[in-house]
Design a binder for this molecule. Structure first.
Ligand SMILES: Cc1ncc(COP(=O)(O)O)c(C=O)c1O
Length: 392
């Protein structure tokens, strides 16, 4: 099946849904059994048989399974584990692959809170992290130590938009016996399937495009049978659970992911091309543009681009950046992205780099291009550029 069909039909199960199209929200902690034999049989099916059978609420209900199955299908995975947030999915994926004494390689473009988890918590539990140049490609082979068990990618990075050569990185990692996990939030499983590129685990902050309406926090890790087993084990050990209401809303968002992303992409391209033509702009960080250094890899490995992009100015200042942002009417000032609406945030990636310095002038501006009419967005930005120029 094609991916548009997969996101619409994935996980649909008439029997499970009692005839309803969407799996209703099923809330459960306690599950009661007919008798001891039935209890034992259910536990065995759920644990040894890994069946999705109602056993205890923390292990999920049909509402969760529908979402898990749909994400599994679109990701080309063996299974999916849900997490209470995107960051929770990042940390869970790592915990599913490491033990004390291990060494991991993490891209220098990684989402900052994931970096904090690696440098702080993981270090305190005896796992060492080395940050690597996001553009290293197959050159990563030289960075492995005998105890390297995981390479973490994020492509493109959500601040610097560097596109990583995941097939080359995965080839080197597998030669070494290490696993590869990729934060795939920018593209979502609709525009990129890291497992098809050689990764073992694909991480989604479902909070962004899968939910799509800026009102739910949720994460997902999808993987090969071997890799996801470790993640499942970590999730069970940590006692993680996701609200069935959130799982329901994420499934509802997933069904329209294709049409929303197509519009995000079309709008973002129009705005990105307008931005490129502004005299103050040094470059627009958006891999779908032919001018982007990651364009060739993006074309090879992705089937589309989402709505998140960065602007680097020739000359900039804090006052000019703030003047641009503060007067915008259609762009909310806020973290996160992936909802139906446009957002803006200051862009200053240099402080979070340790492997390779980020040399472009900062602050820049990060935009999430929503589903509004791009002409209105451009008119709003044009006024912002006038304010920027005056405040320089
Ligand atoms: C690339 C990336 N990964 C993970 C996350 C974390 O997602 P959440 O906010 O759901 O924890 C974010 C959030 O901004 C992100 O940008």
């Amino acid at each position: 099946m094609k991916k548009d069909t997969k996101i619409v039909r994935g996980g649909l199960n008439k029997k499970r849904n009692a005839g309803a199209v969407n799996t209703p929200v099923m809330r459960a902690s306690t599950v009661v059994y007919e008798n001891v034999a039935a209890m034992r049989e259910t536990i065995a099916r759920a644990t040894k048989g890994r069946e999705k059978v109602l056993y205890y609420g923390r292990r999920g209900t049909p509402t969760h399974w529908t979402l898990q199955e749909a994400i599994t299908e679109i990701s080309g995975a063996a299974d999916t584990v849900l997490a209470p947030s995107g960051l929770g999915a990042c940390t869970l994926a790592i915990l599913g692959c490491v033990k004390a004494g291990d060494h991991i390689l993490v891209t220098d473009s990684i989402y900052e809170p994931t970096r904090s988890f690696c440098s702080g918590w993981l270090a305190s539990f005896g796992v060492e992290t080395t940050y690597y140049d996001p553009l290293i490609g197959g050159g990563i082979a030289k960075a492995f130590k005998p105890n390297t068990t995981l390479v973490l990618c994020e492509s493109p990075g959500s601040l610097t938009f560097e596109v990583q050569d995941i097939p080359a990185i995965a080839a080197a990692a597998h030669k070494h016996g290490a696993k590869v996990a990729a934060d795939n939030t920018w593209a979502s499983p609709f525009f990129c399937q890291p497992l098809a590129l050689g990764a073992d685990l694909s991480i989604e902050a479902g909070t962004k495009y899968i939910v799509g309406h800026s009102d739910v926090l949720i994460g997902a890790v999808s993987g090969t049978a071997e890799a996801i087993a470790g993640v499942q084990k970590a999730s069970h050990a940590l006692g993680l659970a996701v609200s069935p209401d959130d799982a329901y809303l994420a499934t509802r968002g997933l069904r329209t992911l294709g049409v929303r992303l197509a519009r995000h992409q079309a709008n973002a391209l129009i705005v990105a091309r307008w931005l490129e033509a502004q005299p103050q702009v040094k470059r627009v960080l958006y891999p779908a543009l032919a001018s982007d250094p990651g364009h060739a890899l993006w074309k090879r490995d992705f089937s589309g681009a989402s709505g998140l992009l960065g602007i680097i100015f020739h000359e900039t200042s804090d006052a000019a950046m703030a003047a641009l942002i503060d007067g915008l009417e259609l762009f909310g000032l806020g973290f996160s992205w992936g909802g139906f609406e446009s957002l803006v945030a200051p862009l200053a990636p240099a402080g979070a780099r340790t492997a390779v310095a980020w040399r472009d002038p900062q602050p820049g501006v990060r935009l999430h291009i929503g589903l509004e009419d791009p002409e209105d967005l451009i008119a709003d930005l044009a006024k912002g550029f006038t304010r920027f120029q005056k405040a320089l």
